[in-house]
Ligand binder design. Structure first.
Ligand code: 9J3
Ligand code: ZN
Length: 310
């Protein structure tokens, strides 16, 4: 859509909302002020709420690369004994409720790994304005299809039973995962098309075709991955996604299968941008995704379809 080409500009939403507001305000002040435009211009914040899901300040290159976003966060542990369908985990979330509810993301680790292998993403993403659930799986040997079901069980627990359920907008959910957890991310999106964003990180799956997905998906691969080589995993995953879908392929340069297991600014900045753009419908982040990022010291390759349309 046209407005997505102009992240800082006006959008149809903004026009519609400010007209509605100025009409309301005009009726209150009729006979006092001459023009609706003058009234709208004098009301602080009259144009600030065009997207009800925007959270946090306008982003910059430095804000999406920072080790922490603008939200203070806290965390709560979920025992595996207290849940079913997955192995418990840790919920990271913004402490403030001043801006309302947040979108949420569940993240699965890979084969033989636990939540500790993806823990860095918890505060990194939550501090940008998301509720983030890094999970343990039932067993560390669970395969991608099982990890996909577990991600969905974790989202259901998060939105329906967790102590933070009241802080979450249950219609704005996403999934991420590393390796077999990335394979599970694709499985989860395939079975629950209402998900708003999916990000497999050096994903591994024997299934290479994902034409069924309707969720905006950012596929992240690593140029030096010998466990889930991009040529037989991330690249065919990306290539099989429908052309009509908002999708992107980020290939990390100088990276391995295990690059997603430690703090990584390239993974963070594009994951944050993708989650903001598609879970929050926050077009302020479109500038970091389109035009397509160019190859660099950190990026071996980036593909995608711009501008994003959903
Ligand atoms: O989760 C992963 O690291 C998947 C890669 C793997 O070890 O597959 C071998 C069966
Ligand atoms: Zn490539």
């Amino acid at each position: 859509m046209q407005q997505h080409l102009h992240p800082g500009g006006t959008s149809p939403h903004r026009h519609r909302r400010s007209l509605t507001l100025s009409r309301t305000v005009t009726s209150m002040y009729v006979g006092v002020f001459a023009g609706a435009a003058l009234v709208a211009a004098t009301i602080p914040g009259a144009q600030a709420a065009e997207n009800p899901y925007e959270r946090g300040p306008a982003p910059t290159q430095s804000s999406i690369e920072a080790n922490r976003g603008s939200f203070a966060t806290t965390q709560t542990s979920v025992s595996r004994l207290s849940v079913s369908g997955f192995g418990g985990g840790t919920i990271y979330y913004p402490t403030s409720t001043a801006e309302g509810t947040f979108g949420a993301v569940a993240i699965s680790p890979g084969f033989t790994a636990t939540q500790s292998s993806i823990a860095w993403l918890g505060p990194r993403l939550a501090s940008q304005g998301f509720v983030v659930f890094t999970i343990d799986t039932n067993t560390t040997a669970d395969q991608p299809a099982s990890r996909g079901r577990q991600l969905l069980a974790a989202l259901d627990y998060l939105t329906q039973q967790s102590t933070v359920r009241g802080r979450i907008d249950t219609s704005r959910l996403g999934v991420m995962g590393h390796s077999m957890g990335g394979g599970g991310t694709l499985e989860a999106a395939k079975s629950r098309t209402s998900l708003k964003a999916a990000i497999p990180l050096t994903g591994w799956n024997t299934d290479k075709t994902w034409t069924e997905l309707r969720t905006p998906t950012l596929v992240v691969g690593a140029d030096g991955d010998t466990i889930a080589p991009v040529a037989t995993h991330s690249e065919p995953f990306y290539g099989s996604l429908p052309g009509s879908l908002d999708k992107a392929y980020l290939e990390l340069r100088g990276a391995t299968h295990f690059t997603p297991n430690t703090s990584n600014t390239t993974i963070a900045k594009y994951s944050i941008s993708w989650l903001k753009r598609f879970i929050d419908d926050d077009t302020r982040y479109e500038q970091f995704l389109c035009p397509l990022p160019q190859p660099s010291l950190a990026i071996a390759e980036y593909r995608g379809n711009c501008p994003h349309t959903s």
